[in-house]
Design a protein around this ligand. Structure first.
Ligand code: ZN
Length: 238
């Protein structure tokens, strides 16, 4: 029996990680809503993938279809005006002097989680779920477990609420994320994630590899390819 008062909001970008989190939430909670952010991403591929994935998840399970509630798309275009990074402008992806890739948008996940909490407050949803991951996070400091735990405390103090921030992927690597998808929805869910979720930093949708679409060369594609290879038992060709 699911706890009926546990209603969840999932940060859902249209990528592999957040789609896996969404499937996980649908397996755990009686009512699940989704939130996505339009922040002037270099490519709209991820945002365009969201409704396709949502219908795909509904089609996979009658139970999930029943539990899946409203989707909210929030305009956060202010992020692009605050920071010039490779995520929001057309520049080459490289490592910066501090060791972080220049795809890092400072504080992005803190902002996303805070906006999600504000929406969750209004919608009466008490579980906030995000795909932050310390294992394969490229060192983004706002993906770390400590940052999320501190944010949960801050949100609860600042909103006089009792949110729980859950990050099911925090200690999983990409192979284990594929494995989790397989445990939650078998091959149909793995196939949906392969074909419809988007990870590539370059917005490449040209040809379908066994791990999905993408350029195969950017850091996000490599991580995804490598994880899929370890999950499926086929080591990458290079
Ligand atoms: Zn790529």
């Amino acid at each position: 029996m699911l706890p009926p008062h546990h209603h969840a909001l999932v940060l859902f970008s249209g990528g592999q990680d957040s789609t896996t989190c969404l499937a996980w939430a649908l397996s755990c909670y009686a009512h699940v809503e989704t939130i996505g952010f339009d922040y002037g991403q270099r490519h709209r591929v991820e945002l365009d993938a969201r409704p396709v994935i949502l219908s795909g998840l509904r089609a996979l399970s009658a139970e999930w279809d029943k539990r899946l509630g409203e989707d909210h798309l929030i305009d956060l275009s202010l992020l692009a005006s605050l920071s010039e990074t490779a995520m929001t402008s057309d520049m080459a992806i490289r490592l910066m002097e501090n060791g972080l890739p220049n795809t890092f948008v400072p504080g992005r996940n803190l902002l996303f989680m805070t906006v999600a909490a504000a929406l969750a407050y209004r919608r009466n949803l008490n579980i906030l779920i995000g795909g932050m991951c310390e294992t394969d996070s490229s060192g983004y400091p706002d993906c770390r477990d400590d940052a999320m735990k501190a944010l949960q405390l801050t949100l609860n103090l600042g909103m006089a609420s009792s949110f729980r921030v859950e990050t099911p992927l925090m200690w999983r690597d990409k192979a284990q994320t594929w494995q989790l998808a397989h445990e939650l929805g078998g091959k149909p869910l793995v196939d949906l994630i392969r074909q419809e979720t988007h990870t590539c930093y370059l917005g490449e949708r040209g040809s379908l590899h066994d791990w999905g679409y993408g350029c195969g060369d950017c850091p996000a594609c490599r991580l995804r390819e490598n994880g899929y290879a370890r999950f499926s038992g086929n080591p990458p060709a290079r």
